[in-house]
Design a protein around this ligand. Sequence first.
Ligand code: EZ4
Ligand code: CO
Length: 402
Amino acid sequence: MKITDAQVIVTAPGRNYVTLKLVTDDGVVGYGDATLNGRELAVAAYLTEHVLPLLAGRDASRIGDTWQYLYKGAYWRRGPVTMTAISAVDQALWDIKGKVAGLPVHELLGGKAREALTVYGHASGADVDGLLADVARHLELGYTAVRVQAKIPGMDSTYGTHTGAQIYEPASGALPTEETWNTAAYLDFVPAMMKRVRDEFGYGFHLLHDVHHRLTPIEAARLGGALEPYRLFWLEDATPAEDQEAFRLIRSHTVTPLAVGEVFNTIWDCRQLISERLIDYIRTPVTHAGGISHVRRIMDLADLYGVRSGCHGPGDISPIGMAANLHLDLAIPNFGIQEYMGHRDPAGEVFDWGYRYEGGMLWLSDRPGLGVEVDEEAARRYPYDPKYLPVARLADGGMHDW
Ligand code: EZ4
Ligand code: CO
């Protein structure tokens, strides 16, 4: 079973997605997600120029060997562009293997370890009242876990809060918009926001919050302590994620559970965090960290140290990448929770994703492979639409962390 054709599909139905399509000599088609928000064409070019020439004629059944060839066989290793490209190949090969076997990918990974996947949704608001209304809406929809973010009083805009009825999309503008960040206002506001949420709705559901890497370790330690009365499921991305050591300081000051890793791309980025038990949840998603094959190894390492999965699942991971992550989630022993944002219209015209939300959980179909169909004609109707994520500056104009 040889790979005879490969193609990169760039399409923007509601937002940009990059999809790798591999075809075998007997006509089996596999898809993989290669979407890297705001850097889409870098991955598309990496695939087209540097990876696809290596795949022609390779045995599609050899997922592990192909992975090692692209990773171990390369002088330049790691990095988000490289690891997203490798991930797309890995996902497409798992998709092919499942279709050939007539089995959903989770069956190939050992089978279901649970019936469905508990997800958390995103509630947000332009103020706390707006947030409370959105939390109520999520609870009515059956969510048992909700991430809460609200615009911080005194700041012009706050990342992670949505403005329209459509699913929240952080990338906007042909150039990055600039937000002004105020740490003192943020640290005062968040505990007060959490108090309002618990006072209104009680403690019968999980509460999460995302800091988006905006604090120093000692500030994060203070926030974790201040949030203890509200019993968070997790505090996410408290500090810039490349400094694994920082988490030791946060950990020594608070029992608020910690999650990090949505921007990581290999096991090396999280080895210390996991092996020293500095975090509770690892968020590294299939799409950005070398695919099912590599994230499975991260989750195995995490399981040894009592760390559970909590994979990134924003709208900027395509339905293919989301499905690949769900197959892995379903099979691993240490599943924790899955982020779920859904996809903006008209993504459904291009992707038929084959998983569904019901009762606070995502349920995978039993379609073979990853189970996502792609309408390539529809994809052509939505050309690439360049967008950037915003940047944050302090009041004095200095750049602040993402
Ligand atoms: O900011 O995916 O937890 N979710 C997040 C996301 C990320 C975007 C960046 O592309 O932090 O909203
Ligand atoms: Co996040």
